[in-house]
Design a protein around this ligand. Structure first.
Ligand code: PLP
Length: 394
């Protein structure tokens, strides 16, 4: 296979070999249903129990506060629709302008059904104003606040501890989408009083198709998937045993290796950042550089398109992503980058590099060798330049 420098780990990660190995027996000999009466199924149930304990250790909660789901989109939908139902028709929903669509779309659905939904704006580095949140909750404490732990596009880390404390003080329910934080930052729900928290296996070396919803004991919650009694009545559907076991292994690997690995990953990311800034003029770093995930670098190359950069790098075996979403046949700039008020000449040129524990020095060397000529060539063809309109895109 040709050379691949995979720097799109916020989109998905490879499955760790240790994870794949522990899953395999559950596709072969141990295929029983953990809810069955017989010992064949009961044997499998013991592995699910152990997996739940490992996942609980990952975020320092009790195993019975862990609900396995099919993905983080399901976890987010469950948390938001469930809390809204439990809080009743008058409840307010407060979120932020930079959430993942898995949070924004359920909130907007609730708004379409008549709920009072507020999307808090962010500043130039993607941070919310926590005083504004406090004021909103003073006015209407019967609320669900859903704010992400870390942003998938920029890596900006929200002050989750403070947000959680503000929600606690006013009696609001707090859900956080911690999909990008899991495995990249320590999550300890005994220290950060969140009511619900979403994670996704495929962002930290478990397979796609398995998610987690942490639900604090006593949290205002209603199940979203109705049917059987699985997950103590909080999520119906036969347990996806191989994926649950694999997810637990990924949690264990992250728990044990994260502190060491994240230092190495941050050093690689910083070398990539400084290398790009040294080799390419007219580059902006997007996000909060002092509160940022260790693995994420989002940069805007002024006067050119992120899609063109990603396309040319793809030809060279370099995988990155842009913040743009293809909507109704046109390429819209990322809602996150737009919400941050990134200048017009830079908003379309944003790209994200995201690293993992499998990223090597050689990957970074390769990107730093190949990227600058791609940028220079695209700029030579671009009708835009420093003379372009410097107005701010909002
Ligand atoms: N939330 C965030 C912040 C994400 O980055 C993603 C995936 O990109 C999701 C939610 C959705 O996760 P899943 O793919 O498990 O549905």
């Amino acid at each position: 296979m040709e050379k691949i420098a995979y720097l799109d780990n916020n989109a998905t990660t490879c499955v760790a070999p240790e994870v794949f190995a522990v899953m395999e027996p559950f596709f072969r000999e141990m295929y029983g249903n953990p809810s069955s009466m017989h010992a064949f199924g009961g044997r499998v149930a013991k592995f699910v129990k152990r997996a739940r304990e490992e996942v609980a250790a990952f975020i320092n909660c009790s195993p019975d506060e862990i609900v396995f789901t099919s993905c983080a989109t399901e976890s987010d939908n469950t948390a938001i629709f469930g809390a809204a139902e439990a809080l009743g028709p008058g409840a307010r929903i407060i979120t932020t302008a930079v959430e993942h669509p898995a949070v924004l779309q359920p909130c907007r659905r609730l708004k379409a059904r008549g709920a009072d939904v507020l999307e808090l704006p962010v500043d130039g580095v993607g941070q919310i104003d926590t005083d504004a949140l406090r004021e909103e909750l003073k006015r209407s404490p019967n609320a669900l606040v859903t704010a992400m732990w870390a942003n998938n596009e920029t890596g900006t880390v929200f002050p989750v501890e403070e947000i959680a404390a503000i929600c606690r003080e006013h009696g609001a329910v707090f859900h956080t989408d911690a999909v990008q934080a899991a495995g990249k930052a320590r999550i300890d729900v005994s220290k950060v009083p969140v009511d619900m928290l979403s994670m996704s296996g495929h962002k930290f070396h478990a397979p796609k198709g398995i998610g987690i919803l942490y639900v604090r004991k006593g949290a205002k919650f209603r199940p979203f998937m109705l049917g059987g009694h699985q997950e103590s009545g909080r999520r119906a559907g036969t347990e996806n045993v191989p994926y649950i076991v694999g997810l637990a292994k990924a949690c264990e690997l992250a728990r044990l290796g994260m502190d060491r690995e994240n230092v190495r990953i941050a050093a690689l990311r910083d070398r990539l950042e400084s290398g790009i800034l040294a080799a390419c003029p007219d580059v902006l770093v997007n996000g909060d550089r002092s509160h940022r995930l260790c693995n994420t670098l989002n940069v805007s190359f002024k006067y050119i398109e992120g899609e063109a950069i990603a396309y040319h790098l793809s030809d060279l075996g370099i995988c990155i992503s842009t913040g743009s979403a293809c909507a109704s046949g046109s390429l819209d700039p990322s809602h996150v980058i737009r919400a941050m008020g990134v200048p017009f000449v830079a908003v379309h040129g944003s790209v994200r590099f995201s690293l993992s524990r499998y990223t090597t020095d050689a990957d970074i060397d390769y990107v730093l060798e190949k990227l600058p000529p791609v940028i220079a060539n695209l700029r030579a063809l671009s009708p835009f330049g420093p003379q372009s309109d410097p107005t701010t895109f909002k």
